[in-house]
Design a protein around this ligand. Structure first.
Ligand code: SAH
Length: 499
């Protein structure tokens, strides 16, 4: 028999999904999800899973609740592992209870994985502690949703009397009514109040005002759902405790073009700095196979004293090729290994090997200079590279009469399924920065877009000089890292935005 797992996805920041929730998503056969689940969490849904969007807009229910309940039941009866993914926590204004009733009646096993509720986390991201011993000793979470056509049914006298922090969900439309109700029940007009829109997400907006002024401010700023209203003296702490809006890249939209498999660290770290990251992988590496030159080179490794690798992808492909030839890293024991930079050296280390040579400046010219100095007469170099590698490396080695074989082991494919979306974002000026970690990512990016796309509206953040050259040639405005590492790229970008 199948099983249904209610999973609270948290308020939107993908880092606030629980470990258990993430595991349930990864294991699911069917995922039934809502509008409030953040895009980055939706991106975690496994390809094999059937994903059903039952997203609810206010006053507009594409899939009615009774039907959602039925879908959960039907899928579980088919023997599927069903995840019901909901924004925030499943049981706080999440109808989790209603969804379990039908399952319980039919004896379907279920599990509940609580989520981080927006009611507590959104204030936290706005620098508002919902309780504080100097200000208040309770917090009340209230729905501001009024059934269509009817008035809010709230006991304002009781809310004011408790003197606790008040957190209203689903309250964008009813905020003026709520604030009036509180003032009529005796709450002072200058009581601090705050409205937070799209909390914990890169586009978070925060308004801090007073009970008497907030409704007007909201109108001026055009606040829309999802947003929460917080009323209470703790709201006054918001400016002093603001840590999210003040992150160095808050409000900056960055497109990351690295291949999916390698984008992780850069994406996570950009997010950590507050950036809104759009994942836009436009190249993919494909091992060249069958590949006679590589078969021959691997069969006669003893004629080489040096191995040269110029990208992390090259290291991965080497491991694959050795394995396919029923060999392993021990077959390289007699060789010295030179790599182009820290990223390649790190990848090599993951395979248990140390690079013998990494140039101080991570580019092919410096790598060539180092090799010319180090390779002794009579020694031979094996370079395993991309099909279209930079020409400088072989040219410089040939000029210096270093003996080498340049064997292409992988090719770069340009592809992206989201190019229409990207072209539109660029046309709207909605992308501030595009990151490029190799010249091939620049080519892949340009190739992915319709001809004639304006490439001057964003900053191309480049890892090093040859990437910069490619970006400049494509007409982009560039910003280049001081040395060719992800760390340096991030430092350069932060400096640019904190100038
Ligand atoms: N179960 C959810 C709440 C569902 S009700 C939870 O625990 O968070 C939907 C309301 O939640 C929205 O109208 C809004 O008031 C609030 N909300 C959810 N996500 C939000 C976010 N990222 N920022 C601001 N408010 C949010």
């Amino acid at each position: 028999m199948g099983k249904v797992t209610l999973v609270g996805a948290g308020p939107g920041d993908p880092g606030l999904l629980t470990i258990k929730g993430r595991q349930a998503i990864a294991d699911a056969d069917v995922i039934v999800y809502d509008r409030l689940v953040g895009p980055e969490i939706l991106a975690l849904m496994p390809e094999k899973a059937e994903c059903i969007d039952v997203g609810k807009q206010s006053n507009h229910h594409p899939v009615p609740q009774w039907r959602i309940n039925e879908i959960l039941l039907e899928k579980a009866q088919e023997g599927k592992r069903v995840v019901r993914l909901k924004g925030g926590d499943c049981f706080l204004f999440g109808r989790g209870g209603e969804e379990l009733e039908l399952l319980a009646q039919h004896g379907i096993p279920f599990e509940v994985i609580p989520g981080i509720t927006s009611a507590l986390s959104v204030p936290a991201y706005a620098g508002i502690p919902v309780t504080h011993r100097d200000f208040t000793s309770s917090v009340h979470i209230i729905t501001g949703h009024a059934k269509a056509g009817s008035r809010l049914d709230l006991d304002f006298d009781a809310l004011v009397r408790h003197k606790g922090t008040l957190v209203f969900l689903m309250s964008v439309a009813s905020t003026p009514m709520i604030l009036d109700g509180l003032m009529q029940a005796g709450m002072p007009q200058d009581m601090p109040a705050a409205m937070i829109e799209r909390g914990t997400l890169p586009g978070q907006r925060k308004l801090v005002a007073q009970v008497g002024t907030l409704a007007q401010r909201m109108k001026e700023e055009g606040i829309s759902s999802p947003a929460i209203l917080i009323v209470g003296s703790v709201c006054a702490l918001s400016d002093g405790f603001d840590w999210f809006d003040t992150l160095p890249l808050h409000g900056v939209t960055v497109a990351v073009t690295r291949p999916k498999a390698r984008a992780g660290t850069l994406t996570d770290r950009l997010r950590g700095l507050g950036a809104d990251v759009i994942s836009y992988p436009c190249i993919e590496t494909q091992t060249i196979w069958p590949n006679m030159p590589v078969v021959e080179a691997l069969a006669s490794l003893d004629q080489y004293q040096w191995l040269v690798l110029t990208s992390p992808a090259g290291v991965e492909v080497l491991a694959q090729l050795l394995d396919a030839a029923e060999m392993d890293m021990r077959n390289l024991a007699h060789m010295k290994i030179a790599v182009i930079g820290a990223g390649t050296a790190k990848k090599l280390k993951e395979h248990g090997l140390r690079a013998d040579y990494v140039p101080a400046v991570y580019d092919s010219v410096h790598l060539a200079e180092g090799l010319i100095r180090l390779v002794q007469e009579g020694e031979r170099v094996l370079m395993l590279r991309a099909e279209i590698g930079t020409p400088e490396l072989p040219e410089l080695l040939a000029q210096a009469c270093v003996a080498f074989d340049d064997v292409p082991v992988y090719r770069t494919l340009y592809q992206n399924g989201r190019s229409a979306e990207m072209a539109q974002l660029l046309a709207q000026g909605a992308v501030d920065v595009v990151t490029f970690t190799s010249a091939s990512t620049v080519h892949g990016f340009v190739e992915s877009l319709p001809e004639g796309t304006d490439l001057t509206g964003f900053t191309a953040l480049c890892i090093g000089p040859s990437t910069e050259k490619a970006a400049k040639a494509a007409g982009m405005r560039t910003l280049t890292a001081a040395n060719a590492t992800i760390d340096a790229m991030l430092t350069t970008l932060q400096e640019e935005y904190t100038k």
